[in-house]
Design a protein around this ligand. Structure first.
Ligand code: FE2
Ligand code: FE2
Length: 262
């Protein structure tokens, strides 16, 4: 069995950039549209993916209409199913209705199957925890799902989990989550949030963070410098092995804006 899929993250898509933090909105008005950033990389790439997964911050506090638009645009452009998890910049109800096309109140946990390949969507977003949280409830569902050790499986979530990978606080999670991952045989955890690509291991399992299709920032002395430099990652699963390739804009990062935080 061969499965090929694309992982993209943090599009922060909006028609207007009028909702959310004012500094960020002004900066994002200066960047190329996330759709343009995607086209810059993928117009020349063979789009033969079995599915595309988007790990959160899909819209910048989007409306239902914006979530529906971006979902349908991605599905048409890549010609395959598009799935996603919520980030901390999401309007969650609009995301559930517009992107997931669901009516349930809270998509804490979902699973998708693509020709025998499983994707578990673990929702780390919570309006009370901007840096993310893996709840006890999520852990219980994850533990149950991962009793199936035969199906090739990845777990996708929004927030990063490794302390050293970036200078933003990691999601809150407990020892139960660590133990569940450690004792599982998942192929990898995929996430976003930092806007910087990263490869590592978490509790002995492969762990990959995607870059963004919006902006990325570096912080010095409470000043954020923001740039545009799109990147995503594609994966091929074949003969029991998962292989990752980073796909990124080949031109140099473009400076967008800087502003003081804190
Ligand atoms: Fe983001
Ligand atoms: Fe985020």
């Amino acid at each position: 069995m061969k499965t090929k899929f694309l992982h993209i993250s943090d599009l922060h898509f909006s028609f207007t950039y009028e909702r959310g933090d004012r500094n960020f909105c002004e900066m994002m008005k200066k960047m190329s549209s996330p759709l343009e950033q995607i086209r810059r990389i993928f117009d020349e790439v063979e789009k033969d993916y079995d599915f595309v997964c988007v790990t959160g911050d899909i819209c910048e506090f989007g409306t239902e209409e914006e979530y529906r638009y971006i979902h349908d645009w991605l599905q048409d452009y890549f010609g395959c199913p598009v799935i996603g998890v919520s980030g901390n910049h999401e309007d969650k109800q609009a995301f559930i209705h517009g992107f997931l096309d669901l009516n349930q109140l809270d998509p804490v946990y979902q699973e998708y199957y693509f020709n025998g390949f499983r994707v578990i969507c673990l929702d780390s977003s919570d309006e009370k925890h901007n840096d993310g949280i893996i709840t006890h409830e999520s852990c219980q569902m994850l533990r149950k799902s991962l009793k199936d050790r035969e199906t090739p499986t990845i777990v996708i979530t929004h927030h990063h989990l490794i302390e050293d990978q970036f200078d933003m606080p990691i999601a809150i999670y407990g020892d139960d989550f660590r133990e569940i991952i450690r004792s599982s045989n998942i192929l990898a955890i995929l996430n976003g949030h930092t806007h910087h690509a990263y490869e590592g291991t978490f509790e002995g399992r492969k762990y990959y963070t995607a870059g963004s299709f919006s902006f990325l920032c570096s912080c010095t002395d409470n000043v954020l410098n923001c740039y545009e430099h799109a990147s995503g990652q594609q994966f091929v699963y074949e003969d029991g092995v998962l292989t990752r390739t980073v796909l990124e804009d080949e031109s140099d990062p473009v400076f967008l804006d800087k502003f003081r935080i804190g």
